[in-house]
Design a protein around this ligand. Structure first.
Ligand SMILES: CC(C)(COP(=O)(O)OP(=O)(O)OC[C@H]1O[C@@H](n2cnc3c(N)ncnc32)[C@H](O)[C@@H]1OP(=O)(O)O)[C@@H](O)C(=O)NCCC(=O)NCCS
Length: 172
């Protein structure tokens, strides 16, 4: 782990390699929209000393009516299968928290499929709180967990999370 570096990247060639890593994801994520990924507010790469990209994660661009300045959504987390269980996802998430603070973001949130226990563990370890389960907006019947991390003391997490879930149906 000590020989892995966590760096912000804005270089198109590197971002294209990171997109390949996401495309190869072994969980059944939805196909990646490369342009949306490239438009992320910040993309963090995990690189070996040789410069190989072995993981990536992003603070997404944000959409809809929520305050894009102070609310940040995490996404696009993937670690190469050959490099897992070495703390790289945790390093990527810690770095995203650091970058979010620097960007003036006051609350981070993430949505995780109920069966993705490794990703949930990764968020909880980084200090995130589980908020609630909702049914997927895609109508697939999948349960999706919503998580948040307040980065400033006076943030009304409940109100922000309610505005983010919109009219999704809470899973019971
Ligand atoms: C999820 C993923 C990014 C984790 O990457 P990773 O670098 O192996 O994770 P870390 O080594 O930082 O693990 C952090 C913690 O998460 C948990 N964790 C990670 N992988 C786990 C697994 N397979 N099963 C259970 N817990 C797991 C553990 O608590 C781990 O800490 P530990 O190793 O001290 O027990 C990686 O498995 C992956 O790329 N999966 C496919 C893509 C994906 O699911 N992305 C997230 C979509 S929301």
């Amino acid at each position: 782990m000590s020989d892995i570096q966590f760096v912000i990247s804005e270089q198109l060639e590197e971002l294209a390699l990171a997109a390949q890593l996401i495309d190869g994801r072994d969980d059944n994520a939805h196909p990646l929209d490369h342009q949306v990924f490239f438009d992320s507010r910040a993309v963090i790469l995990a690189k070996t000393l040789e410069g190989e990209i072995v993981g990536c994660a992003a603070i997404k661009a944000g959409k809809g009516t929520v305050d894009k300045g102070t609310v940040g959504e995490l996404g696009y987390l993937v670690v190469s299968p050959y490099y897992r269980r070495q703390g790289i996802a945790q390093g990527l998430t810690q770095k995203r928290i650091e970058v979010a603070k620097a960007l003036g973001i006051s609350i981070l949130y993430a949505t995780i499929r109920a069966e993705n226990t490794s990703s949930q563990a990764n968020l909880l370890k980084a200090g995130f709180q589980f908020w609630r389960d909702y049914l997927s907006i895609r109508g697939t019947g999948n349960t999706v967990g919503w998580y948040y991390l307040a980065l400033s003391a006076n943030v009304d997490a409940e109100a922000i999370m309610l505005s983010l879930v919109g009219d999704r149906i809470q899973a019971v």
